[in-house]
Design a protein. Structure first.
Length: 247
């Protein structure tokens, strides 16, 4: 199992839902944190919580639908002198549910792609080359298992695009100790998933984080977090190693 103690992880959308759970779990394993949200006010309480677990942490803010703000966030992180060893592209948006899906507006696609595809890839393109130089890195891009729902076309298309570019990068990284994998939390009762979702967000652990701890140097796996429900991290790692890469 990869030891993340003393490493630095950037978690986007860290202040609530799945990102909050990712951040707390990483901190419990000794991983230092860069916590992203749309406003630093949103991560104030979480900073105290993770620091209480004995790790270092600081926060950054950016609206991910604005590439200029993403670029400024990157500059802020780089100016801190901290290396991003682990990247969790967790933040996402589901802009609307269009019952009359033949009238889906262009804006659904534009906002969805900026937040769910373009911003994550900006971070990948910034930090993966530096991970390669240092000889270590983990990237986990949060996807979705959504299928056959044109009512959520912008969301599903942007997540499918994220899968594609993630697996294309995986083909270049496989066999190195810089690994990129895709994780699907499942439909959870979060602000994004809504109150009628079938899954408790606490059940995403350990499946949503297992890609950060995998140690067999294989990239390109699609990991469904609900498949690992109730497992220890060690059990989840052994199961994850049986998943085939998708490129």
């Amino acid at each position: 199992m990869t030891d993340l103690k003393g490493k630095w992880a950037l978690v986007t959308g860290s202040n609530r839902g799945i990102g909050y759970r990712i951040s707390k779990f990483l901190a419990s394993k000794g991983c230092n944190l860069i916590l992203h949200s749309r406003s630093r006010e949103h991560t104030k309480a979480l900073l105290e919580e993770v620091r209480a677990l004995g790790v270092e942490a600081f926060d950054v803010a950016a609206e991910l639908n604005d590439p200029a703000q993403v670029s400024e966030m990157i500059k802020t992180i780089n100016a801190s002198g901290k290396n991003v060893d682990v990247l969790f592209n967790n933040a996402g948006v589901q802009v609307a549910y269009r019952t009359d899906y033949y009238k889906t507006p262009v804006e659904d696609y534009v906002k969805s792609f900026y937040i769910n595809t373009i911003a994550p890839m900006m971070l990948c393109y910034e930090y993966i080359p530096k991970m390669i130089e240092r000889g270590f890195g983990r990237v986990i891009n949060t996807s979705s298992g959504i299928r056959n729902e044109p009512e959520q076309a912008g969301y599903s298309a942007s997540k499918a695009a994220l899968d594609k570019v993630s697996f294309d990068l995986a083909g270049k990284l496989d066999g190195t100790d810089v690994c990129i994998n895709v994780a699907d939390p499942g439909w959870c009762r979060t602000d994004l998933g809504g109150p009628n979702a079938p899954n408790d967000p606490d059940d995403v652990i350990p499946g949503i984080v297992v890609g950060a701890f995998i140690d067999d140097k294989i990239s390109g796996r699609w990991l469904g977090a609900q498949d690992f429900k109730g497992m220890t991290l060690e059990e989840a790692l052994e199961k994850a190693k049986t998943y085939e890469k998708r490129f």
